[in-house]
Structures are given as C-alpha cells and as structure tokens.
Design a binder for this molecule. Structure first.
Ligand code: FES
Length: 309
C-alpha cells in the first residue's frame, strides 16, 4: 500500500521518527506488539521497521529509523531523501515477535532495539502485568524515545554505556521473577550474551534480531536437491549457493528481502525432507516440526527437500 509521511521528528542523535498515514485518512489495519512493516525504497531495496507508536492510534503508523553507519542505502534514504508529504510503498504488517500474555516481563533493549518493545510495554502496562525495562545505548543523546519512558519511573533502567557501562545482564535476570518472560531486541552480541544468561537463569527468552546470529565455525555446507512440488522441477543447490539464489538463477522469482534469515519474507512450506534451519526467526518447536523454513539461508539435512513452490 502507499502511505504518506505525515510527520518527521528527531528521535535522538541518528534516529529519525517517521509517522505514516493513508492519504485519504482512513484507518490502517490493526496490529499487535512486535509487528513490523516492510518499506520498499528506490532501486527495490526493502527494509523492515518495527511499529513503535501507540496501537490506540488507528490512523498512523510510527517507525524509528537509525542511520546505519554502513548503510546500503535504506536508512540514508529515509534520513536524507524523504520529507513530509512523500509517499512510501509499504507492505505489512507482519509479526514475528509476538508478545505472549504473562503476569511478569523483563524487557531488554539495546539502542534502536527499543522500538518493538515500546508497544509491548504499553500492552503490559494496560494489562496490569509486572514489568521492568533495561535500556542500554552508547550515549543518552543517542537513545530514542526516552521521553516516552519517563512516566514509567522506576520500572525503567536507562543505561548509557558512557555513563554506567554495559547492562549487567546476569544481575538483571537473576533479580527477575522466575516466571517472567524476557523480551529483547538489539545488537547481535547483546542478544548472544543474553541467550547464555537466560539459559543459566532458567528464563524463557524471546528475541528479535536485526542481523543474523553467527553460525558455529564447524557448520559446513553440502549440496542437496530441491524439488518444487507445484511444477515438479528439481534443482541442485550447490554448497556455495542459497535456495533463493538457485531459484532466481533459474528464473523462478520468490519473495525475499533480508537474505539473512531475520525478516521472514521468504518463509516456505516444506512438504518432504529435513530442513537445516539457519534463520533467527523460528522457535525451537517450529524447527523441530520442520513444516516451514527460510529459504534464503536454510539448507537441508536430507539429500532432497520438497518445497511448496
Ligand atoms: Fe528475510 Fe529470508 S529473506 S528471512
């Protein structure tokens, strides 16, 4: 759909906050905390941004865009090439990071990772859940949405690294109620440390990654076959190509975006075979079930996969 940029604010140093609405003022589709939308940019680049406004506002969607130091064009365009009134092509919304109802939560944000957690906090607060947010960033001035968190007082621990060092994740989780669900979003190293700490503390952790988790050095790629059930075509996927790349090499277009297993755009049903999941989206249960996979990074443990394509 086409959405118009109706307001732009500086959320913090390096963070631009864009509010989007339909040109005719009609309501936008409802969404749940954790949802993101996809913005298609000039040249076909597609980028995903968490909705971070209030769900009570049915006519506007809000996204926070961090200017990436090594931008491949996405964040720099939204910072430098877009003004109020510009139409953006938006797809969504999609939720790969749903908030499971609970009485107690620990939220952990690193930098722009605060964005999906804001609507979660609003929902937890409205439900009367007990919660605490640990919000880390490089400097206070670079941490967006601090003013929205102020009313929550002591429920929020703001930890700029230049003032107080990194968040002590071990202490944060050790102090959490045993039944608390932990929701976290931020840079990969933060989330990797958190996975270890949450396992040690016996807490259930839900994360959303911006970039793929690193694979262990021992992981090797092997050649396998994919059969496309809808046409019967069988293709070989060599060790140095992904399924998406092999499909595209053969003129078969499939929806894909991040190519890193973090956005969910390329999710494909598996009809036969055992996928080797390498994405950062599916839960352990979904991996074990093997009914679906992200074909931009996923490979095969069996010699052949049959996909619903
Ligand atoms: Fe993003 Fe595959 S293209 S998960």
């Amino acid at each position: 759909m086409q959405l118009r940029v109706v307001a732009i604010n500086d959320g913090a140093q390096g963070v631009r906050v864009l509010r989007l609405a339909r040109s005719d003022g009609a309501d936008l589709p409802e969404w749940e905390p954790g949802a993101h939308l996809e913005v298609t940019l000039p040249g076909g680049l597609r980028r995903h941004y968490s909705l971070c406004g209030s769900r009570a506002d049915g006519q506007e969607w809000t996204i926070g865009v961090l200017r990436e130091e090594r931008s491949r064009g996405g964040s720099s365009y939204l910072h430098d090439g877009v003004e109020v009134g510009r139409e953006l092509t938006v797809t969504g919304v999609r939720n790969l990071f749903p908030l499971v109802p609970a009485d107690e939560y620990v939220f952990i944000a690193g930098g722009i990772g605060i964005t999906p957690l804001l609507p979660m906090i609003e929902t937890a607060e409205a439900a009367g859940s007990d919660w605490h947010l640990f919000y880390g960033g490089r400097r206070r001035a670079s941490m967006a949405f601090l003013e929205r968190l102020e009313p929550y007082g002591e429920r929020v621990t703001v930890a700029p690294a230049d003032e107080c060092g990194r968040i002590d994740l071990g202490a944060a989780l050790a102090a959490a109620p045993r039944r608390a669900l932990v929701y976290a979003c931020g840079p990969g190293p933060l989330l990797s440390s958190l996975e270890e700490e949450a396992t040690a503390a016996g807490l259930e952790l839900h994360v959303e990654r911006f970039t793929a988790a690193p694979l262990p050095a021992s992981v090797q790629n092997a050649t396998f076959e994919v059969q496309l059930a809808q046409t019967g075509v069988t293709l070989e996927v060599p060790a140095d190509r992904s399924i998406v790349e092999v499909l595209e090499d053969n003129g078969i277009g499939v929806p894909s975006s991040c190519q890193e297993g973090v956005c969910g755009t390329c999710e494909t049903k598996v009809l036969q075979g055992t996928p080797d999941h390498r994405d950062s989206i599916l839960s352990d249960e979904e991996r074990r079930a093997g009914n679906t996979m992200m074909i931009c990074v996923g490979r095969s443990r069996s010699s052949r996969l049959v996909l619903d394509l």
